[in-house]
Design a protein around this ligand. Structure first.
Ligand SMILES: Cc1ncc(COP(=O)(O)O)c(C=O)c1O
Length: 420
């Protein structure tokens, strides 16, 4: 089906027609979506897959309650990080044996960047991006402060491009596939190539791309990767992250957080650490089984979704939203903070508006959920597996009304919260 955005711009009825023939339309039934809610925040926390309840109920009622500790072996708890890693592998273009699901993205970034540095043969510079998600920068700071003579260079601060910052001292480059604020999508294959030509290793953060666009870790030659599972993989609040180590590095890479789950013989309870073979050495300690089980349903969906179709629809949804905001309604002083070219955009649209915070609160009061990132960025995430073209229409119309009537000025929308 090819979608003509100009036709959709004309009327809500045209959007209804597009929904009626949308080949991904039925996937929405896999999710619990509260009545009347338009959810544009799947780039932060995906909605609950209906099956998640079943998996959790089974785990709590049968495995935890009845079987107790036997479930470590009888219900596959011990191998669950690996089992789920194998489910994510095809979603991020990785062959078997290179992924586990464990810990958070922050922790996994620490493990992988540290491991990559350890393989750097005397090089001492880590390159990242000034506009990275803060945890990525903080983790680098932590690594630098705990090691001697490691330096950080940032694209956007110490130079304008990766090319400017690469030289014979660079050990590791770590970048996000899609920027968490602007939604800018980086050409990772090309950047990995440049990194390798400069003799460095590449660590990729796929938090904003895994599950919503094509990620080809093996084909692109990525060395290490990490990613959230609670956004487009719909794993639930705080669901554990994934960690990828390319097969070719598994022998030499060292996990700095060497815990008993990464030991070659955990139940021998030996006094000295001896790393497990393969990806398992990147495990550390006991994993949150309930959270892992909560993630399973999201991965069952992601594993069979056609990512080419997902990407195509995502580009239509973001483009429709942009054009509705800019062309149909007049932008009311809102400016685009995302790339204009859909090929360079992830699955979100970022709009800048100085009073963006109360605008988002006013939308939330109208049951249109988006979020705000200071200063002035309103983020709208478009997850193709459960969003409809009519949702995009309604959201753009509501944004227009909030801006036109200046409803956002109401006192109740000014109150700041811990979470924005
Ligand atoms: C690009 C990116 N990296 C890392 C994180 C945070 O990871 P975590 O809090 O799960 O450690 C986020 C969270 O939104 C993110 O967007």
């Amino acid at each position: 089906m090819s979608i003509n955005i100009s036709t959709l711009l004309e009327s809500r009825t045209a959007c209804e027609k597009a929904d009626a023939v949308d080949p991904l339309g039925n996937w929405r039934e896999n999710f619990y979506l509260p009545q009347g809610l338009i959810y544009l925040d799947g780039n932060s926390l995906g909605p609950m897959p209906n099956k998640a309840l079943e998996h959790l109920e089974q785990t709590i009622k049968n495995e935890w309650s009845e079987e107790l500790i036997n479930s470590w072996k009888n219900a596959g708890w011990w191998e669950l990080s690996q089992t789920l890693g194998e489910m994510i592998a095809p979603v991020v273009g990785a062959a078997s044996g290179q992924l586990i699901v464990s810990d958070s993205t922050s922790l996994n970034l620490y493990k992988t960047v540290h491991a990559a540095l350890g393989m750097s043969h005397g090089r001492n510079v880590v390159v990242s991006e000034a506009d990275s998600f803060p945890t990525d920068l903080y983790i680098l700071e932590g690594i630098i402060s705990s090691q001697q003579n490691i330096q950080r260079r940032l694209v956007g601060k110490d130079g304008d491009s990766l090319d400017e910052l690469l030289d014979e001292n660079v050990a590791v480059v770590t970048l996000s596939h899609v920027n968490y604020r602007s939604g800018e999508l980086l050409p990772i294959e090309e950047l990995v190539k440049k990194t390798h030509e400069a003799g460095a290793l590449f660590v990729l953060d796929t938090c904003h791309s895994a599950g919503v666009l094509s990620v080809e870790l093996d084909r692109w030659g990525v060395d290490f990767a990490v990613g959230c599972t609670y956004k487009y993989l719909n794993g639930g609040p705080g669901s554990p992250a994934y960690l990828y180590v390319a097969k070719r590095h598994q022998q030499s890479a060292v996990n700095p957080l060497s815990g008993w789950w990464g030991h070659a013989r955990p139940f021998a309870f030996e006094k000295d650490f001896k790393a497990a073979e393969g990806i398992l050495k990147f495990q550390t300690g006991t994993q949150p089984i309930l959270s892992l089980r909560g993630l399973q349903a999201g991965l069952e969906i992601a594993k069979v979704a056609d990512l080419n179709m997902v990407r195509k629809k995502s580009q239509c949804l973001t483009q429709l939203f942009l054009e509705l905001v800019e062309k149909r309604y007049g932008n009311h002083g809102v400016t685009l903070h995302s790339p204009n070219d859909p090929e360079k955009r992830g699955s979100q649209v970022a709009l800048h508006y100085a009073n963006g915070f109360p605008v988002i609160q006013a939308l939330i009061a109208r049951k249109i959920i988006a979020d705000f990132r200071a200063p002035g960025i309103m983020r709208f995430g478009f997850a193709p597996l459960y969003l409809r073209y009519t949702d995009v229409w309604d959201a753009a119309e509501a944004l227009h009304e909030v801006l036109k009537t200046e409803e956002w000025r109401e006192e109740r929308f000014q109150q700041k919260h811990q979470v924005t």
